[in-house]
Design a protein around this ligand. Structure first.
Ligand code: 7PJ
Length: 277
């Protein structure tokens, strides 16, 4: 499998690291560390030096219960940063948004991938992605961010998430999106209990027959906090690395992470073992 951006093609013979750049005021305990453009840029530089191959920028919080953000507000957060990253590096930038208009503007300003937790279900999103001809990550979510953690419920979480992704792949293909541009993501933490998340993780290999690169985003998520006796966000690093390593072992293709250096080291060890006869 391959993944092609305008500036670079990756052979997916080992997992790529997607470094997270959150520019929402409510996403960090320090109240929006990377809202400041300079600190955001130096963080991006650090992630590139640490081994990130993609930078994922999000200006719309999708945490359970988060407030909604307008298109203007979201663009004010992400567009200047996308331009600034374009000035310092060719690294592919992914725009983490569910809003069609934000996708359009971000790609126009130099982003080269769409990461949509809503799987391109907004009006015009599939058509836009077809036109733009860039990689798109479609993610499974049960419900809506504001209420998704109230009562997640499945008969068979693996089958239902797979069926949803199959349907969305079909919608994308029928609209003219190239198969090679579609990335899938089971959506850890999006309308799922701890048990749902663990079951999905254990069965990650079953997503292989959808024949799309698999993105896994578990970094610092509450499923880790729950297993670690309610560890807060800043005490979830080791747990995040454990899951990143397991996901890589099970053949995930892209890991969306906050802690790039720690993940890169873990992946090197994982790869060394994999490549040993
Ligand atoms: C994900 C995401 C994820 C993809 C967020 C957080 C919540 N995009 N955006 N997959 N999570 N594709 O990072 O805790 O799991 S925001």
């Amino acid at each position: 499998m391959k993944l092609s951006f305008d500036s670079i093609t990756f052979e997916l013979n080992r997992p790529l690291i997607m470094g997270i750049l959150n520019v929402t005021p409510d996403s960090f305990s320090d109240g929006g560390l990377f809202i400041n453009k300079n600190s955001a840029l130096s963080h991006v530089n650090q992630m590139i030096n640490d081994g990130a191959q993609i930078i994922d920028i999000g200006g719309e919080s999708t945490r359970p219960g988060a407030a909604e953000v307008s298109v203007d507000e979201e663009c004010q957060r992400v567009i200047p940063l996308i331009k600034a990253i374009r000035n310092i590096s060719d690294i592919p930038v992914s725009i983490d948004t569910s809003k069609t208009e934000v996708m359009r503007l971000a790609i126009a300003e130099g982003a080269s991938m769409i990461n949509d937790v809503n799987a391109l279900r907004a009006e015009g999103a599939v058509e836009l992605a077809t036109q733009l001809n860039v990689p798109v990550c479609i993610m499974h979510m049960q419900g809506l961010p504001r209420t998704m953690q109230h009562t997640p419920s499945y008969n068979n979480v693996v089958d239902e998430v797979k069926d949803f992704l199959k349907q969305r792949i079909n919608v994308c293909i029928n609209a003219g999106i190239k198969h090679e541009n579609i990335i899938i993501d089971p959506g850890f933490g999006f309308g799922k209990t701890l048990e749902h998340n663990l079951t999905l993780f254990k069965h990650l290999d079953e997503f292989e027959d959808l024949d799309c690169p698999l993105l896994v985003g578990v970094s610092r998520k509450s499923m880790i906090g729950q297993v670690l006796d309610n560890a807060p966000g800043d005490e979830r690093l080791y747990g995040s690395i454990a899951l990143a390593t397991l996901a890589a072992w099970i053949n995930a293709n892209i890991l969306r992470v906050h802690d790039v250096k720690a993940t890169a080291d873990a992946l090197k060890l994982c790869q060394a073992v994999k490549e040993t006869m």
